[in-house]
Design a protein around this ligand. Structure first.
Ligand SMILES: Cc1ncc(COP(=O)(O)O)c(C=O)c1O
Length: 390
C-alpha cells in the first residue's frame, strides 16, 4: 500500500462505530466498570481500552494507529501539544547524571526546556552543529543517553545527516529522538533512517487548519513506547478529545494539502531567489541550498516553510514591507491553510556555532492561496521595502 492510500484508511474502523467513517469524539474523564473484577482486569492493560480519560479513548487510539501506520513504528502516543510531546519524551528517557546532545538549530522552547528544566534535574545538555554528521561520535560521552535531531531547523533550515548521526549514536548505545514536524510523516521516514522516536507538532501540518494544539510521538519499539506513554500519562499531558479528532481529520487530507504547500512554496522560493532585495533563500529543496544533497538523498518532499535573508536594510524598511501585506499574516506558527510571515532574527539562538547574517531574516509559511497572488503580495511588499530604504 502506498502512503497516500494508507493516510486515507489507516486507523479507520467503521465496523466499531455503527458504520460511521470517522470515530466519534469521546468526551470523557470518568469511565465506569460493571464489576470489581472488570475494574481489576482493566488495570492489567492500563493503556489499551478505556480506563480513565487521561489514558486514551477510541478517538485518540484511532489517531495514534493512523500516525503509527504512516511512521512504521511500534505504537504512537498523542499529546496536548507538540512541545508536550518533546518534553515528555525527554523527561521519560533521561535521568539525573545523563548527557543529552541537542542540535543547535532546535526549536527555541525545546532548547529552553533543556536549559531551564533538564538542567535542574541533573541532565547536562551539549549543543552541536547541525551539520556535524558522523562527527557527532567525538561528542559522545559514556553518560550520553540521547542524541536529538531536527531537520531542517525551523528557522535556519540546515539539513542533518540523520543516518550518520544515528549510526554513531547507536554504536555508543545512545537513542536518537527527532522533531520531524517539517517533513511530516509523509516526506521523511524517520524510523527507517535510524531514529528511535519520531515526534510531530501535529498542531502544524497534520491538523492543518490552525485551530488545535496537538502532538504525536511514534516509538520504534515497545520498551520506548511504555516509558514515554507512562510519562505522558503521569504528567497529564494527554491530548484533548476534540483536538485529537481534528488531528485525525486533518491527517486524511495531509497528502493533497502538502502537495500544494510544496509546489507553491518552491515557486515562491525560486521567485525570491531571483530578487535583488534578497541575498539568499534557505530552502533545502532548492539546488542552491547547502543541504540540498542530503535532502534529495533522504527526503521525498518539502513542506512550504522556508526562510530568506534580505540585503542589509533597517528594521523600519522590513516593517514597511510586512505591515502592508494582504495575504501573509504576521504569525509564529505554520502548517495551516493560510500564509504566514515572520521577521525571524530574534528566534535564532545559537551556542555551538555562531549564526551570522548581514541582512535581516524572514520566515515564510506558504499557505494554500493561489501562488500568483502570494507572489504579487510579496512583490508589492518588496517595493515598499525599497521605497523605505530611499
Ligand atoms: C519545529 C517545531 N517543533 C515543535 C513545535 C511545538 O509545537 P506546539 O506549538 O504544538 O507545542 C513547534 C511550534 O512552533 C515547532 O515549530
Amino acid at each position: 500500500m502506498k502512503n497516500h492510500t494508507r493516510i486515507v484508511h489507516a486507523g479507520s474502523h467503521p465496523e466499531e462505530h455503527q458504520g460511521a467513517v470517522n470515530p466519534p469524539v469521546y468526551h470523557v474523564s470518568t469511565v465506569t466498570y460493571p464489576t470489581v473484577q472488570a475494574m481489576h482486569e482493566a488495570e492489567r492493560h492500563p493503556y489499551d481500552g478505556m480506563r480513565y480519560g487521561r489514558f486514551g479513548t477510541p478517538t485518540s487510539f484511532a489517531f495514534e494507529e493512523a500516525v503509527c501506520a504512516l511512521e512504521g513504528g511500534y505504537r504512537s502516543i498523542s499529546t496536548a501539544s507538540g512541545l508536550a510531546a518533546i518534553t515528555a519524551t525527554l523527561a521519560a528517557l533521561l535521568s539525573a547524571g545523563d548527557h543529552l546532545l541537542m542540535v543547535d538549530s532546535t526549536y527555541g522552547p525545546s532548547r529552553r526546556f533543556c536549559d531551564q528544566h533538564l538542567a535542574r534535574w541533573g541532565v547536562t545538555t551539549t549543543y552541536y552543529d547541525p551539520k556535524i554528521g558522523g562527527g557527532i561520535a567525538a561528542l559522545i560521552r559514556p553518560e550520553t543517553k540521547l542524541v536529538y535531531v531536527e531537520a531542517p531547523g525551523s528557522h535556519t533550515f540546515e539539513m542533518q545527516d540523520i543516518p550518520a548521526i544515528a549510526a554513531a549514536a547507536h554504536a555508543a548505545g545512545a537513542l536518537v529522538v527527532m522533531d520531524n514536524t517539517w517533513a511530516t510523516p509523509l516526506f521523511f521516514p524517520a524510523l527507517s533512517k535510524g531514529v528511535d522516536v519520531s515526534i510531530h507538532a501535529a498542531t502544524k501540518f497534520i491538523v492543518g487548519h490552525s485551530d488545535a494544539m496537538l502532538g504525536v510521538i511514534t516509538c520504534a519499539d515497545e520498551r520506548l513506547w511504555k516509558k514515554i506513554k507512562m510519562a505522558v500519562t503521569a504528567s497529564g499531558s494527554c491530548a484533548g478529545a476534540d483536538e485529537v479528532y481534528l488531528g485525525l481529520r486533518g491527517l486524511r487530507t495531509l497528502g493533497v494539502r502538502l502537495r500544494q504547500h510544496q509546489e507553491s512554496g518552491l515557486r515562491l522560493a525560486q521567485w525570491l531567489e531571483g530578487r535583488p532585495e534578497v541575498t539568499r533563500v534557505l530552502h533545502p529543496a532548492l539546488p542552491s541550498d547547502p543541504g540540498h544533497a542530503l535532502w534529495k538523498r533522504d527526503f521525498s518532499g518539502a513542506c512550504g516553510l522556508f526562510a530568506l535573508e534580505l540585503a542589509p536594510c533597517s528594521e523600519a524598511a522590513v516593517a514597511a514591507m510586512l505591515d502592508g501585506l494582504s495575504y501573509f499574516a504576521l504569525g509564529y506558527s505554520w502548517g495551516g491553510f493560510e500564509s504566514l510571515i515572520l521577521p525571524s532574527d530574534r528566534e535564532i539562538v545559537r551556542t555551538a556555532m555562531p549564526w551570522k547574517t548581514a541582512g535581516k531574516m524572514l520566515r515564510i509559511h506558504t499557505g494554500l492561496e493561489d501562488p500568483d497572488d502570494l507572489i504579487a503580495d510579496l512583490e508589492a511588499g518588496l517595493a515598499r521595502l525599497t521605497a523605505a530604504i530611499g
